[in-house]
Design a binder for this molecule. Sequence first.
Ligand code: WTA
Length: 629
Amino acid sequence: MRIKTFEEYQVAYKQSVDDPEGFWAEVAQQFQWRKPWKKVLSWDFHEANVKWFEGGVMNITENALDRHLAERGNQPAIIWEPNNPEDQAVSISYNVLYDRVCRFANVLKKHGVKKGDRVCIYLPMVPELTVAVLSCARIGAIHSVVFGGFSAKSIADRINDAACTMVITSDGAFRGSKVIPMKETVDAALDQCDTVKNVIVMTRTRTPVSMLKGRDHWWEEEVKHVDSNCPAEPMDAEDTLFILYTSGSTGKPKGVVHTCGGYMVYASYTFANVFQYQPGDIHFCTADIGWITGHSYIVYGPLCNGATSVVFEGIPTYPDAGRFWQIVERHKVNIIYTAPTAIRSLMSYGLDYVKKYDLSSLKTLGSVGEPINEEAWHWFKDNIGGGTCPLVDTWWQTENGGIMISPLAGITPEKPTFATLPLPGIQPVLVDENGKEIEGNGVSGNLCVKFPWPGIIRTTYGDHERCKQTYFSTYPGMYFTGDGCMRDEDGYYRITGRVDDVLNVSGHRIGTAEVENAINMHLGVVESAVVGYAHDIKGQGIYAYVITEEIPDDPDMFRKDIAATVSRIIGPIAKPDKVQFVTGLPKTRSGKIMRRILRKISEGDVNNLGDISTLLDPTVVEDIKKGAY
Ligand code: WTA
């Protein structure tokens, strides 16, 4: 299962293509199964149907917890670093984590949560978040973690889409110098949800909160009244493990469904190989568990490998820009896995914050979430990795379950800004607009994958047709990623960014349609069009062109009001960075907005707009270029 040399990688890759079932069966055998699978793989990309290890019975928590107790029960599973560096870090051993998960799983059961029920988790980065996630998995309940930065409305949409019966939250959250209400936001969401029967509230900030009798319960109180024996629910490999919502180019966010067996195998295999994890290594992934990176590389991947995973509650710049490096020194971190946006932001504060700390424990650096520019790549490699630590630029998506294209640390020769080569089991193809495969090297196209891997999305919750349409219909017979990509002369892959209407803002996926819908809900707005523009820190910023009923008296105030509405409808992460008021939008005769033109204008490239003759009214472009008001 463990690749140690580049030759071994090549052999494994070849085997994974020649005999995918044999390859993955061998990997999967290293996990604990209650009953072996009957069939390794069955699939039909035309119908968006994929099944791995069908008939196999297991529980992911037995692999993440029980399996380690005999050998490393006292080893830390989690090291929790609180928001405030003055507060003590907390180390939670596998024994203790096991005990806490079993107890909390019994709390869920006591409140009637059963296998297959959906549970919404809206928590800050506290140990209880991992406990809550694993407790759901323990009893076969499906967790739907919602990132703590989302608004009440976004939470409500997600709860309603999955008909969750329980919500797990906290009174509040500490984020940098701020105290953020959590329960209050959940309360506002629950005014619009009627499936939720119970809410469990853990105490973090001890902010006053309303607690409804019969519905709301304190975490700390609940766990006192249950025992710590909770056998794991037997799960079929293809039973749903979790739902995670992500943005697409149209409509509301989709609930990406991952199942137990394939996801476990894929997240664990990629963790071990990409980072070249060694027993005893301390792994620090700086993502939030509210995103897929946190699911796979804070919780499931590391724990299924018996690793020690650092969970950090705070933000990279509080109390100052040395916070990550302080954590590395404090916990002797060996692997740090972070995002280009964080690197670019920390770069801008200068090296003094880096030099204060001893980073000699680091062995491997990782990057994820967006293309990493050359400057950030070198800064990370040289100043954080001392020029010697391997740096893995890992490309993958929520829908993939785990890393897809990436170097193996210290094994695959690196090339800055390239995600390099596909992992074993991954068969990428580049296709042109007509769906024709572009062969050979030194080419660019749209990135697809032509064969299933164990971590692939199984469906979009409650709407299989949507899954088919979104991922499997653009290029029939292939999974379409939505990303553009080049393959250079060496066969190395470089992801160039989305080719659909999805933005990547600070590594967060945001659909332009979602932001437009939110802006259009603002009083006095007639219509809007949103595009991304190059942003030094965030990678992409959000640029909104807005038509209003009347010329605003105070445009700046109006911009702030629009931002407030977007915050309220989606969350602060989707606030536009720039709002330009316009009198018209460039539309084709069939009414489609030509975003290509708007993108160019937003990047200041106004003299190079290409052919605008197909526009219904080409004069709007002149007005927009002038900056109407
Ligand atoms: C982008 C995050 C370039 C890409 C794990 C993808 C990347 C989207 C990289 C998925 C990378 C992710 N280089 N682009 N190393 N990693 N992306 O679902 O556009 O939040 O489609 O998953 O992020 O974002 P998601």
